[in-house]
Design a protein around this ligand. Structure first.
Ligand code: GLY
Length: 320
């Protein structure tokens, strides 16, 4: 029997220890640990990987520390547009939503698309109408707003730059616009006691993005992929580069066609191929044997994982 495990991420970027207060660090550690524990509890009870990753990402969306759901970044126009996806490695069924503004938990909308629609991706008002028909919670468009994100937008507007969801330092003009706040996509991957794999990803995108911009997070094969034959992957980082690289699927393909191990495939994509195209970020991945990889080419990545029966293991910086 496979050793069931869940891994999560809360974004990658220039997360320097020096710019993080001890109090804030504790908030991140506690949030990551609690969410890994929730996933472990589902898996320990014989729950599916699909349920574990959906619930982990829902909890990440509910936590304002992370750029997904409550606490999502602002668009250039001062709105929020949220993207999410989920994939079941057992059936290769997938669901995704993009550009939703009033669905409290975009990952639940993605899951509803997977389970109750003939489609894979719904966008904008059509996605919202579908989610509400499915009984999902509707919120006011400012439900997702926080003061920290609003200030982040004002800094980006005055610098006339778009801040990547996770890493202001990746911008071309040198200094990060927002060195004290590094935010990113969230995601989860898992293998359950039955050997089934699943992945889920959710994001507010990037601060000051053009309305209508969609990144890798809701694109199956780019920011999210799961296949029982090999691996489940959720990505975080420079969305456009992860899309052009089909990063999540590329990890699976390197394993399937190239015979690479989980670690080799993850390193090839995250540490080499994404970098060559000028991208930064990371991925979390679990293979069908229950091996875990958490690679990132940035300074840090909010991350955690936990095998059933073990204590959660969480980290933020590179040297952990
Ligand atoms: N990686 C998330 C985004 O670029 O939207």
């Amino acid at each position: 029997m496979v050793r069931a495990v869940i891994a999560i991420h809360g974004g990658a970027g220039a997360i320097a220890r020096a710019s993080m207060s001890a109090e804030k660090e504790q908030h991140y550690i506690q949030a990551l640990s609690a969410i890994v524990t929730s996933g472990q509890t589902i898996l320990a009870a014989g729950g599916s990987a699909l349920d574990a990753v959906t619930e982990a990402v829902r909890l990440l969306e509910e936590c304002p520390l992370f750029n997904a759901g409550k606490g999502a970044v602002f668009t250039h126009q001062g709105t929020h547009e949220l993207d999410a996806s989920v994939m079941d490695g057992r059936t290769l069924d997938a669901g995704a939503v993009a550009g939703v503004r009033r669905v409290r938990n975009p990952v639940l909308a993605a899951r509803a698309v997977l389970e109750n629609s003939p489609h894979v991706m719904l966008i904008g008002e059509g996605a919202e109408a579908f989610a509400f028909e499915q009984g999902l919670e509707q919120v006011a468009t400012d439900f997702f707003s926080t003061q920290a994100r609003w200030q982040q937008l004002q800094r980006a507007l005055s610098a006339e730059q778009m801040v990547l969801d996770h890493d202001g330092a990746a911008q071309t003009s040198g200094d990060p616009i927002d060195p004290e706040n590094k935010f990113g996509t969230v995601g989860a991957v898992a293998v359950d006691l039955h050997g089934n794999l699943a992945a889920a990803t959710s994001t507010g995108g990037m601060t000051n993005k053009q309305t209508g911009r969609v990144g890798d997070s809701p694109i199956i094969g780019a920011g999210c992929y799961a296949n029982n034959a090999n691996v489940a992957v959720s990505c975080t980082g420079t969305g456009e580069v992860f899309m052009r690289s089909l990063a999540a699927y590329d990890i699976a393909a390197l394993m399937e066609y190239g015979g690479l191990s989980l670690k080799e495939a993850c390193d090839r994509v995250v540490m080499e191929k994404i970098r060559v195209l000028g991208g930064s970020g990371g991925a979390i991945a679990v293979d069908r044997e229950g091996n875990v990889a958490l690679p990132f080419n940035s300074e840090g990545m909010y991350r955690g994982y936990g095998y059933v029966g073990d204590e959660p293991s969480v980290g933020i910086y590179r040297e952990e």
